[in-house]
Design a protein around this ligand. Structure first.
Ligand code: SAH
Length: 229
């Protein structure tokens, strides 16, 4: 099973560039800002060594911890294009996993923005945090905690991404949005979920839309999936 990776930095760079072209051609990447962020972040550094050669295949890969996977690149593009993640945004990610999503987000919000990412599994947390630090993403705020109710300390957030499957609309997390603000989350059963975008306007009016169907690992914790605490 353990097989050290064979591809070098240049090979990964080429694979990353061709994945970006594919993501553009399929409409997952719409903006230059998201294209540049995906090109810049070396995703292979967020993948455990034994799976590293598969970094640029569009498939989720296992991470250390109880039930964590690094999601396909196109799902981050769907999330961040729909959220219009922009310079200066205060951003919360629930489900840090490898730290890859937080690194991409950091590229998009710039030095004026703030990234807070919460992970419930200690082993996954250590892995993700180490990846972020090794690559110099030292100003990403990483938290080992249950994020199923959001993370009050740094609220409000302009944008929020939940990267684990919610049993129902995550009301408590939505309440931590700034007005205006936007959140993306998968909601539904264990086999697949509906990816929803909920926006709050500056008067506080809330509207939600369905984006696509997705498959995520279950959200754990207090407001997570009941059979999976
Ligand atoms: N965004 C991640 C992938 C997410 S996998 C990446 O870029 O790699 C989903 C992650 O959510 C897993 O690591 C899982 O442990 C975590 N998770 C599940 N329930 C959680 C909760 N209540 N609070 C915080 N993290 C949670």
């Amino acid at each position: 099973m353990t097989q050290d990776h064979e591809k070098d930095k240049d090979k990964f760079l080429k694979e990353r560039a061709s994945l970006v072209e594919w993501l553009k051609s399929r409409g997952y990447i719409k903006s230059d800002t998201v294209a540049n962020a995906v090109l810049k972040v070396p995703r292979e550094e967020f993948v455990p060594p034994e799976y590293r050669d598969y970094t640029y295949l569009e498939t989720p890969l296992p991470l250390p911890g109880k039930n964590a996977t690094i999601s396909c690149v196109h799902t981050y593009c769907i999330y961040y294009e729909a959220l219009k993640l922009s310079p200066g945004d205060r951003f919360l990610e629930v489900g840090m996993g490898s730290g890859y999503g937080a690194a991409l987000a950091r590229e998009l919000v710039g030095s004026r923005g703030r990234i807070v990412t919460v992970e419930i599994d200690e082993e996954t947390y250590r892995f993700g945090k180490a990846n972020l630090e090794r690559l110099g993403y030292n100003d990403v705020i990483t938290i080992l905690d249950d994020g199923s109710g959001g993370y009050e300390k740094y609220a409000p957030y302009d944008k929020i991404a939940v990267t684990a499957a919610c049993p129902e609309e995550p009301r408590r997390i939505i309440e931590q949005l700034e007005k205006p603000g936007a959140i993306i989350y998968p909601v539904g059963g264990s086999r697949y979920q509906y990816l929803m975008l909920t926006e709050v306007n500056k008067e506080g009016k809330v509207s939600s839309q369905f984006l696509t169907t997705v498959v995520y690992v279950p959200l754990r914790g207090k407001y997570g999936v009941s059979f999976y605490k």
